[in-house]
Design a protein around this ligand. Structure first.
Ligand SMILES: *[C@@H]1O[C@H](CO)[C@@H](O)[C@H](O)[C@H]1NC(C)=O
Length: 292
């Protein structure tokens, strides 16, 4: 007699696991994308060169101009990352930025990574800043513990309902928690675009403007690849931003895990060179989010 096959509970279980892996694989293998899929030139297109079949780009800064690119869409919550190789050698006076911005003038929300160049052999600084509902002035700076011009490193902004985290590779260099319950501004309603620019700012970038750009070293080049945006596009499904099942809202992303917390402390103790929270000449009373 032919045996009739009934899927057992175990088979169903195995099937579920396999499907889950397949979904995870498809999601991760679908990313990262080419530059042109999610981004466009925003400023001085002639200074942005696509490389490697559009999977990487080169930004150029010379005496005539810098340049910049922007995402085609805006996003409300999610995670954005890219690999960047910064200007090598003498990069004093140059600034490479990677940021998210709501483009809403006075009430703008903005999450900034700014890489401040330096003279040869001196450390690049990374400045981060957070604007919420139009108010910024939340600068922090860390000196990088490696030479960011030798290799590509991954720079990531995670933006969930719980917190905003800036990562350099796997190391959180900044966490800004959602303390709206304590009346502290947090970006929750305005979608943000993703941007990057390379420009000259030698009036402030390096040692407070003391070190000027050396145009004899121009043109300056920065390289980008592995563009990865995962978030809720706006316009897009209106239920997406508040969906608790978005992976970036998942349990593992609601707070720093033990390993991340340890790395974060290591950065703050060993590499932080400026923190607005402790700048008493600017803020005799530390801003509320510094006390929360
Ligand atoms: C550049 O190097 C100097 C000297 O090591 C250091 O004090 C400074 O923080 C570095 N970064 C910038 C952006 O000036």
């Amino acid at each position: 007699m032919a045996k009739i096959y009934f899927p057992s509970f175990l088979d169903t279980y195995v099937l579920c696991i396999l499907t889950l892996f397949a979904v995870m694989f498809i999601r991760s293998s679908a990313r990262p994308t080419t530059f042109a899929e999610d981004f466009k030139a925003a400023w001085s297109e002639s200074h942005i060169r696509q490389m490697d079949g559009g999977k990487a780009i080169q930004l150029v800064l010379d005496q005539s101009t810098g340049c910049g690119f922007a995402s085609k869409r805006k996003y409300l919550f999610g995670r954005v990352s890219m690999k960047i190789k910064l200007i090598p050698g003498d990069s004093a006076g140059t600034v490479t930025a990677f940021y998210m911005n709501s483009d809403t003038n006075t009430v703008r929300d903005e999450l900034d990574f700014e890489f401040l160049g330096n003279r040869s052999g001196q450390p690049y600084s990374v400045q981060t800043n957070i604007f919420a509902h139009g108010k910024g002035d939340r600068e922090q700076r860390v000196n990088l513990w490696f030479d960011p011009a030798l290799d590509f490193h991954t720079y990531t902004i995670l933006w969930s309902h719980k917190h905003i985290v800036f990562y350099v590779d796997d190391v959180p260099i900044r966490e800004y928690k959602n303390n709206e319950a304590k009346n502290i501004a947090y970006p929750t309603s305005q979608p943000m675009g993703v941007y990057s620019t390379l420009w000259e700012a030698d009036d402030w970038a390096t040692r407070g403007g003391l070190e000027k750009i050396d145009w004899k070293k121009a043109p300056f080049y920065a390289y980008y690849k592995d563009f990865d945006i995962e978030g809720c596009p706006v316009p897009g499904p209106t239920s997406c931003p508040s969906n608790p099942h978005n992976w970036w809202e998942g349990y593992a992303y609601q707070s720093l895990n033990a390993v991340e917390a340890r790395r974060y402390r290591w950065v703050r103790v060993n590499h932080m060179v400026y923190d607005y929270c402790t700048d008493r000449s600017r803020f005799p009373v530390p801003p509320p989010e510094c006390r929360a």
